[in-house]
Design a protein around this ligand. Structure first.
Ligand code: PEP
Ligand code: MG
Length: 665
């Protein structure tokens, strides 16, 4: 039984449509094939299906052989002709496939700043606070195959060992799916990996390699590398992400075969210090953060995203320790001072006592600060200063609400993209932004459009090799070159704006033209949504002031937008010509430098003259030494890690009491 048709699936058989198609095919007993351009592959293998590269408007044939062949062909043809019919819409977070285990790309290695000072090691002070606790060393195991050639009589047993490992891995993934405490987005990732583990293409390739004398681990590596290379050769963003999926699941199968466990952050003990060579922002975001006593990493800098997550959750962190991190790997205990960047492995009695006292003092200060949660800082002239939160995921909303955040001054959308390791759909994004807006009904919520490139590339988008990625294809530059990605986000934002006080801001702006082109895309998206009858609303559009060009061009930009937000992390690195991730120039990377402060003042003057609002969402917004200056310049919003909100409210209240006092004679 066979029938041909023209594919009407908009994205082609990529990602979620491919997963749905394969699930549908697997529901039938018959052998089912899909044929394109004379090439036939099993419709039950998502790997083979994606490698076939079926696009919208391609002509394909569905061929089935078996008891339910007619039903299978009809169902699959119906799906290809009308993908919305008859197939249950997955929950927003249940997109697939996705990569579950590989870490998001990391910033380059940082050189150690200093070592062995006062018996301690010194890295970059990345998140203030003190930690003292057992070391939790997170160094993912290496896969070392046996590399022996099998003899003929060993081949059968080795194949069985492989099949068993896949079964055990699937059972493990099923158990975690059944555990009930998994978020919808994580469920989607695990389900996708489970499907790949049992995919025919990987299985056949592995069994063939074992037949050729490879041991099971080497065979899995060979088969998965070959398939991953096939995906990468297609030179397509989605396909590159599939290559990573394959490598991730192959790693899991190999670990199962070797009887090794992936290093699991879930097992962290209360108050433990997480020690790692390198940890991905997304991996850290998924760790039991409430239990963490501190973070120490060989890589990273003060404004890297791991640092930002640590600050959001009030976890002391020292990053950029370089090779010094290995001295901590075998220690039983560590003491971390996130304010100075010192770390002590197995601290002596004196150091332990000192840290215990500092932790107690910090805890009681934290307790006392809770009294400022509901303070609304108001200047003598009645102007309210919004103390808002910088967030990277919905999981952080609670910490922001508990801290008394007056809205969100920066929602970094990158984690959403990193988390899924492929491009999140419009529905999924719209739901996320709407949930954020609903969480702060009384205040503005500013969502920043995708800011990838530089230190934060993502899977799913091919980035060119660049000599200077921070001066390269990132933020708004990349988005305007990729309207296929940008328009999905803009449509999602327009839809979410119906649900609250949503604002949108553009990163890395350096020319008025970038704003105008974005505005044109927004209008195009709004017109499309209107034609489709989808509810949507307009939003105020702002820009980040984080390039010198935006500072010098602030007067012109102010005519185009509703607000400015100063991104001091980037503005400082660009004004000072000092890489924000390089500990060797960390001293120059200081927002308090008069040149940076002058740049902020120039932008503020342009905003005030044009009558638009100006706030700040770079890390300097929480700096007690600079806040009085920012207020003097006319900033009306300071957005920061939730952990800093109460201290800043306290400072502002005291500052404004002073404004109200009659001048002394
Ligand atoms: C900044 O550059 O100050 C900023 C807030 O953005 P990010 O740290 O995400 O680059
Ligand atoms: Mg920035």
């Amino acid at each position: 039984m066979e029938r041909s048709t023209i594919v009407r699936v908009q994205e082609g058989l990529h990602a979620r449509p491919a997963t749905r198609f394969v699930r549908l095919a697997k529901g039938f007993e018959s052998d089912v094939e899909i044929v394109k351009g004379g090439k036939a592959v099993s419709a039950k293998s998502s790997v083979k299906l994606m490698l076939l590269g079926v696009k919208e408007n391609d002509e394909v044939t569905i061929r089935a052989n078996g008891a339910d062949a007619i039903e299978a062909v009809e169902a699959l043809i119906a799906y290809l002709e009308n993908p919305r019919s008859g197939v249950e819409e997955g929950a927003a977070g249940q997109e697939a496939p996705a990569d579950a285990s590989s870490a998001p790309p990391q910033p380059p290695a940082a050189a150690p700043v200093a070592a062995d000072v006062h018996g301690g090691l010194r890295g970059v002070a990345a998140s203030a606070g003190f930690g003292l606790g057992p070391v939790f060393a997170h160094f993912p195991p290496q896969i070392v195959p046996r590399n022996e050639t099998l003899t003929g009589d060993q081949i059968g047993a080795e194949k069985e060992r492989f099949e068993q490992a896949v079964r055990r891995l699937q059972e493990k993934l099923d158990r975690s799916l059944g555990a009930g405490d998994m978020q919808a987005s994580d469920r989607g990732i695990v389900t996708a990996l489970r499907d790949i583990a049992s995919d025919e293409a990987l299985r056949e390739g592995t069994l063939e390699a074992i037949d050729g004398g490879f041991d099971a681990v080497s065979a899995v590596i060979a088969a998965s590398s070959r398939l991953a290379a096939d995906f990468r050769n297609l030179d397509d963003a989605y396909m590159s992400a599939r290559a990573e999926d394959l490598e991730a699941i192959a790693r899991q199968i190999c670990l199962t075969l070797l009887g090794q466990e992936e290093a699991k952050l879930d097992d962290i003990a209360e108050g433990a210090i997480l020690v790692a060579e390198d940890i991905g922002a997304w991996d850290l975001a998924r760790a039991p953060l409430k239990r963490l006593g501190g973070v120490v990493c060989g890589h990273g800098g003060a404004t890297s995203h791991v640092a930002i997550i640590a600050r959001t959750h009030g976890i002391p962190a020292v990053l950029g320790l370089g090779d010094g991190v290995h001295a901590l790997r075998d220690a039983a205990e560590a003491a971390v001072d996130g304010s100075t960047g010192f770390v002590f492995a197995d601290p002596d009695a004196g150091t332990r006592t000192r840290f215990a006292a500092m932790i107690r003092a910090a805890d009681s200060e934290k307790e006392a600060l809770k009294a400022y949660k509901d303070v609304v800082p108001r200047r003598a002239d009645g102007t309210v200063i919004h103390v808002a939160a910088n967030l990277g995921s919905l999981e952080e909303i609670e910490a922001a609400q508990e801290a008394g955040a007056m809205g969100v001054g920066l929602f970094r959308t990158e984690l959403l993209f990193m988390r899924h390791m492929h491009l999140p759909s419009e529905d999924m994004q719209a739901e996320t932004y709407a949930a954020l807006a609903r969480a702060f009904p009384e205040h503005p919520v500013i969502v920043r459009t995708l800011d990838i490139g530089g230190d934060k590339p993502i899977a799913g988008v091919e980035f060119p090799e660049e000599e200077n990625p921070f001066l390269g294809w990132r933020g708004i530059r990349m988005c305007l070159d990729r309207p296929d990605i940008f328009k999905v986000q803009l449509r999602a934002l327009l839809r979410a704006a119906v649900h609250g006080n949503l604002r949108v801001m553009l990163p890395m702006v350096s020319a008025v033209e970038e704003v105008r082109r974005t505005r044109a895309l927004i209008d195009e998206c709004a017109a499309e949504l209107a034609a489709e009858g989808v509810a949507h609303a307009d939003f105020p559009l702002g820009v980040m002031i984080e390039t010198p060009a935006a500072v010098f061009g602030a007067a012109a930009l102010a005519k185009e937008v509703a607000f400015f937000s100063v991104g001091t992390n980037d503005l400082t690195q660009y004004v000072m010509a000092a890489d924000r991730l390089n500990p060797a120039v960390a001293a120059l990377n200081d927002a308090a430098h008069p040149a940076v402060m002058a740049a902020i003042e120039q932008a503020a003057q342009a905003a005030v003259a044009a009558g638009i609002e100006i706030g700040m969402c770079g890390e300097a917004a929480a700096r007690a030494d600079l806040i009085p200056e920012f207020i003097r310049m006319g900033l009306t919003e300071l957005s920061m890690s939730p952990a800093s909100i109460q201290a800043v409210k306290k400072q502002l209240q005291a500052l404004f009491e002073g404004e109200k006092a009659p001048p002394s004679r």
